[in-house]
Design a protein around this ligand. Structure first.
Ligand code: GDP
Ligand code: GDP
Length: 475
């Protein structure tokens, strides 16, 4: 049985890019049947072990007499009719446009499994778009970068859930065919964008473990912190030296390897393999190059040299990780060189809280890449922090929590009127991002926002991940 997935959305949001990524250019069938199907491509899509039929409704170039709107309607209606799962794509960088809203209206009427996809979501430029997307009424958008292949794990989840659902429906239908007493039973109800997916998630539901999911991990740090030594130790010398060439940029490589059954991609920028060649440029290469690995990774390991920790460049990197919204683990390397280890760890923790307040509670792991010690602890910290980064907190729980926070410490009055915080919800994960709807959003002091963010971090136990908070008017 194959599930049919349609990608719909206005031109230029990245539908074809996604199609090409999932189907591959070579096997894409361009359907040039005249008439209504002209603008459609169909092919076998794949993410990991999950296969499906993918329909791309792109291609307005061979325009006919119909107005753009009419043609979009036709395509969208066709997609709705034929697809089991609809991916409604917008451009997170452009935000929500009137054409997107037009699509949303068409789709809202459909009783189908629709998922909002915010493409071009690599980097921070997409953050406002992701928030706006929420207003389209399809719940939390799935951030994606079709071009860079980011966010495919979430697509995998959505599509595999649809496959499970359809299979369950078929099984039930088959059963019902034999069970005459049950003919009157109401049809299986299909959840379409159930509010917040609340029934699906626990309070702080851990991410579903998925063996097909690659975890992209970047190891960044100053020159000489010990990155190459550590990476070599992690993957084994031979593996790295003969590692795959394919990288996200010309200057980077990806090193896939496996740790306790999970596939890890170590994202590595220039300086490891070609170290000898670029040695003299290392000082300059570091931050700019690290940025690209940070953007590509889910979890970033900031590698510090225990003998010279928290140098300016280390702090700049930590700041970059925070701004890019990545989960972070701090690894203190060359621990073998430290004599008074107890005193040192206290000193490092203190320095960390003082210098990186924006990443309070970030896990610290001491290790020795040279001796290969504590790599297991580092891996455990990486998996733990990834779970925190993916956490989803239920709206009901958040609002109960918000009431208690307000009661404990009410927002200030501004020009004689008290600010009202009306409603709170988690807009997205990775990193955990929240919206509070307030009576006068602009007037809420930064200090109060910090009170909320610190409270979220502490009460929901979210150390070491950036936490975003947006204050909005209305509701
Ligand atoms: P379509 O008209 O919806 O099929 O859009 P295309 O797939 O042709 O993409 C439109 C433009 O967006 C192209 O220039 C793509 O290179 C670009 N694009 C697609 N996906 C991404 C992405 O994930 N990030 C960024 N920054 N650009 C993208
Ligand atoms: P990179 O520039 O960050 O890739 O750093 P390298 O991996 O090239 O390491 C820089 C220097 O630190 C080399 O001389 C390594 O042998 C040394 N080094 C790396 N890790 C450790 C460690 O855990 N302990 C000690 N004592 N030295 C280390």
């Amino acid at each position: 049985m194959s599930v049919t997935v349609a990608v719909v959305g206005r031109p230029n949001v990245g539908k074809s890019t996604l199609f090409n990524r999932l189907v591959g250019r070579k096997i894409a069938i361009v359907d040039d049947t005249p008439g209504v199907t002209r603008d459609r491509r169909e092919g076998q899509g794949r993410i990991g072990d999950l296969y499906f039929t993918l329909v791309d409704t792109a291609g307005y170039e061979d325009a006919n007499d119909d107005s753009l709107e009419a043609r979009m309607r036709k395509q969208t209606e066709m997609a709705i009719a034929e697809a089991d799962v609809i991916l409604f794509m917008i451009d997170a960088r452009a935000g929500v446009t009137p054409t997107d809203e037009h699509f949303a209206r068409l789709l809202r009427r459909a009783n189908k499994d629709i998922h909002l996809i915010a493409n071009k979501a690599e980097g921070r430029a997409a953050d406002p778009g992701l928030i706006e997307a929420f207003a389209l009424g399809f719940g939390e958008a799935i951030p994606l970068s079709a071009e860079h292949g980011l966010g495919l794990a979430d697509l995998y989840t959505v599509i595999s859930q649809a496959v499970d659902r359809i299979e369950a429906e078929k099984a039930r239908a088959a059963e019902e065919a034999f069970d005459y007493d049950m003919v009157q039973k109401p049809a299986v109800d299909v959840d379409v964008n159930e509010e917040e997916g609340e029934d699906l998630e626990g309070d702080t539901a851990p991410m579903r473990w998925d063996p097909n999911r690659y975890l992209n991990v970047a190891i960044v740090g100053r020159p000489n912190a010990g990155k190459s030594t550590l990476i070599n130790r992690m993957v084994g010398h031979d593996r790295l030296l003969t590692g795959p060439e394919a990288g996200i940029t010309r200057d980077s490589i990806m090193v896939p390897w496996e740790w306790e059954g999970r596939v890890i991609n170590l994202v590595d920028t220039a300086g490891i393999r070609r170290k000898a060649r670029v040695q003299h440029k290392l000082e300059k290469l570091s931050v700019g190059d690290s940025l690209r690995s940070i953007q590509y990774a889910e979890v970033v390991v900031l590698l510090l040299d225990a003998t010279v920790p928290f140098e300016k460049q280390d702090l700049a990197l930590a700041d970059l990780v925070e701004r890019e919204g990545r989960a972070m683990v701090i690894a203190i390397n060359k621990w073998d060189l430290i004599e008074d280890k107890n005193a040192k760890i206290l000193e490092l923790r203190e320095a960390c809280e003082r210098l990186l307040p924006q990443l309070r509670g970030v896990p610290l792991v001491t290790l020795s890449g040279l001796q290969g010690r504590n790599i297991d602890k580092l891996m455990k910290a990486i998996f733990d922090i990834e779970r925190v980064w993916n956490v989803k907190i239920r709206t009901a729980k958040l609002n109960r929590w918000l009431s208690a926070m307000i009661e404990h410490h009410p927002p200030p009055a501004v020009s004689g009127r008290r600010l009202k915080l009306r409603y709170m919800t988690q807009a997205k994960t990775r990193p955990p991002s929240f919206i509070i709807f307030a009576s006068r959003p602009d007037a809420l002091p930064k200090a109060y926002q910090r009170y909320i963010v610190n409270g979220i971090r502490q009460d929901f136990n979210l150390p070491g991940t950036p936490i975003r908070l947006w204050i909005r008017g209305g509701k």
